[in-house]
Design a protein around this ligand. Sequence first.
Ligand code: FES
Length: 238
Amino acid sequence: MDRRNFLKTCTAVAAASLASPSFFINTLKAQEGSFKPYNKAPLLKKDGTPIKPEEIDPTKQYLFFYPHRATPCILANLDKEVPPTEVKLADGSVYKWQGGVGPKKSIVAYSAICPHQLSYPTPDYSFINYYPQDTPSNIVKRGGVIQCCAHLSVFDPEKGGVVLDGPAQFPLTAIVLTYEDGVLYAVGTLGKEFFEDFFDVFKPDLRKLYKSSRKAKKLVEKCEVIEVSEYAKEVIRC
Ligand code: FES
């Protein structure tokens, strides 16, 4: 896509994010080709009520499972407006990422399955984590990144999950969020997915955790948001 078309697209996506959520999703769908819709699932607190954007602490990292029961995602409040941007893949293809959502357009979400070798948060440990601003990564010497300590890949949550450092060849899969009447929803994914590989590679572990592959793959209709430290015994940072 040339610069003129890209700017046109970014403007359209930005305008769409100010308009109704369905207009936003339709715009994304038409322009990207890589948007994949799943269930429209509200993000909820443990008590079952919607989590408000202002309740998402920018100094913490959160986890929820979407679009499948066993596929973890990182939720972060970047504490500033995060504009839409283009994401380029190694094969030259390009897609637009929608930027942050919520009143400050600061809330973002990504699949927590590392695009390198599929490391993901388990109840025992989490190698892939969001590093808030006050928790700098030792690799890139700053916070505001998502980093996988399995082989030191670093991703930029402000730029659609692109790779900043390390061996990963693909950006993180973005989780598309909308914000409607005070409620945050996950509605689909953007970019390359790794769910099928994940289910193949970790079949025995997932069967142990979820009793069957069918249950692990079940598409969720709502998402409980928790702090990663409530899920994984060990949060590994590097
Ligand atoms: S699995 Fe994440 S960097 Fe290798």
